[in-house]
Ligand binder design. Sequence first.
Ligand SMILES: C[S@@+](CC[C@H](N)C(=O)[O-])C[C@H]1O[C@@H](n2cnc3c(N)ncnc32)[C@H](O)[C@@H]1O
Length: 273
Amino acid sequence: MAPMASTKSVSEQRADLDKAPEDVAAMFDVVAPRYDITNDLLSLGMVFVWRKATRRALDLGQGDLVLDVAAGTGTSSAHLQKTGATVIALDLSEGMIEVGRSRHPDIEFVLGSATDLPFDNDTFDAVTISYGIRNIDDVPRALAEFYRVTRPGGRLVICEFSKPNDIVKPPYDLYMNQVAPLIAKVASPAGAAYDYLSESIDDWYDQKTLGLLMQRAGWRHVAYRNQTFGAVAIHRGFKPGSRPHSEPQADLATNLTADLSMGRQTGRKIFVS
Ligand SMILES: C[S@@+](CC[C@H](N)C(=O)[O-])C[C@H]1O[C@@H](n2cnc3c(N)ncnc32)[C@H](O)[C@@H]1O
């Protein structure tokens, strides 16, 4: 992928709500070194609970091959790897991937876009994305890409900020609009980029609409579970059909990891068959 240029200075490095991929990638390049600590602080530690719930919804087993889209620094991927699954971590931001590779040398990182995944059809037992889909400029296309690369019978799990219920909404809004930006400015030298966080959450779909978009992309048995009164929602859907997880899948995981390492060295686009 060609490096993406941005005309913005570091101090104003934040994406707009049109979410041009080059702006989004540039913003995450800048926040990368302090991303995880800022995230932990901003979520008041709740991100650990939400990551556990995401892992539970994925229901991964030894030998499963899972694609973690918008994996960032690989923190979400590392949580999934604990299940014994093989995790491929894909992200658009070279800066986030660089931090990820240094922290998690055992995880395979791939530079790429959620809307044009560099994988063959029916490759993964599961696809997942945590706090990433809100940043994507073409959500229906990304959902269709997730569907294409998931094997029949496989699942998609999306963890994303959502719409909290009416009771907690006033304190939640106060926190997101007044307190969180201050925490971000202290925790991250690129704190201004975090203004984008509350704006993009406000602008994001509610639980039911995201579920409908998943159904439109072909996902079936779509359901969601609210976390922390709906501040976050975890959606899950299944690709119709069945191809039971089996030993050949484990081989595929090994081959895919080998192919990806080669691809990283040569910079070529990877297709797995
Ligand atoms: C908030 S971080 C989430 C990182 C990680 N999943 C986690 O749970 O901590 C969002 C990530 O989405 C990535 N991203 C945004 N748009 C993307 C796209 N179109 N394709 C792939 N990654 C994208 C960004 O580069 C960033 O690393």
